[in-house]
Design a protein around this ligand. Sequence first.
Ligand code: NAP
Length: 313
Amino acid sequence: MSAEQGSSTTRRAVATAYGEPAEVVRIVGADTGVPGPGEVLVAVTAAGVNPFDAKQVRGQVGDDPSKLPLPLGGEAAGVVQSAGTESGLSAGDEVVVYPVTGAFSDSVLVPAANVYAKPAGLADDQAAGLLLAGVTAADILATLGPAKVLLVHGGAGAVGSIVVARAVADGATVLATASPANHDHLRSLGAVPVDYSGDLEAAVRAAAPGPVDAVADTVGTDQAIDVSLNLVPADRIVSIAAWGRSGDGITLVGGSTEESKKNRRDAVPGLLADAAAGKIVVEIAGTYRLPETAAALEAVGGRHPRGKLIIRP
Ligand SMILES: NC(=O)c1ccc[n+]([C@@H]2O[C@H](COP(=O)([O-])OP(=O)(O)OC[C@H]3O[C@@H](n4cnc5c(N)ncnc54)[C@H](OP(=O)(O)O)[C@@H]3O)[C@@H](O)[C@H]2O)c1
């Protein structure tokens, strides 16, 4: 289809109400729209599934009924199907799309400013699962600034793994919490693994070669924040998940401030380059088809094996 041709229909996963994904997520037919100036229509080959998607469906990040039916999916890889004028892109370009609304679709209309060339050698699944976690990790590290001994809560998670890889590459000594099954993975990234199931503060102090001077929290539990406050001043703790603990003086980042937005946008080219060069490895834990979107959301919203979940239309 060229930009001159009319709109067509795409399958799209939406939440018809706020609630459990199995009960409220439906696959509907939606109008693709036609790309206007500075827009492109992207045929999705793979979409990354994130905990945020499950929180959105469950109404945990807002439950405005006027937003229903809510299109789901915040990042994807794909191929430009048709390009509007001034988009700088052409039909057939292989791309990564972030941020986007409605990535769990056959095709999605998106501003060209949110579309990046997919590096040669970066597979679609990895590209689709890279950017949301990657820009978040970069935002945490940019907000923290230099650290000599960094503690990462949730170091084996999608965001945590990239925080660990980047901090190790920057020369920091990195301690990272995870379940024992993920400790070898943390060692492979160059971190010192710490089990969070017992006395976490004692475990961190025993594992640390010197005083911890910064904390990156991707978990948000009271245990993670309480232990962190015993180890470093509050202004050396950056969290993406402990929204209930902002009163403790820690810094929460969520892409809403100008600084956080800039950190995230600036990080994209380097993340794509690092993933293409194998410096960041996006592990894939499972793939789903579009009709299985609810199952993917149930999985990502609970305990799941290490790695990203991907939806392929
Ligand atoms: N603010 C933002 O901009 C932003 C952006 C992206 C994500 N987030 C949020 O950040 C969180 C992490 O996202 P993600 O994509 O990295 O998730 P993920 O890949 O599902 O990873 C979550 C990790 O949490 C660990 N974990 C679970 N319970 C824990 C506990 N009690 N103590 C320590 N670690 C625990 C798990 O480690 P083990 O399996 O080793 O136990 C797992 O590796 C989610 O809540 C997500 O919504 C926020």
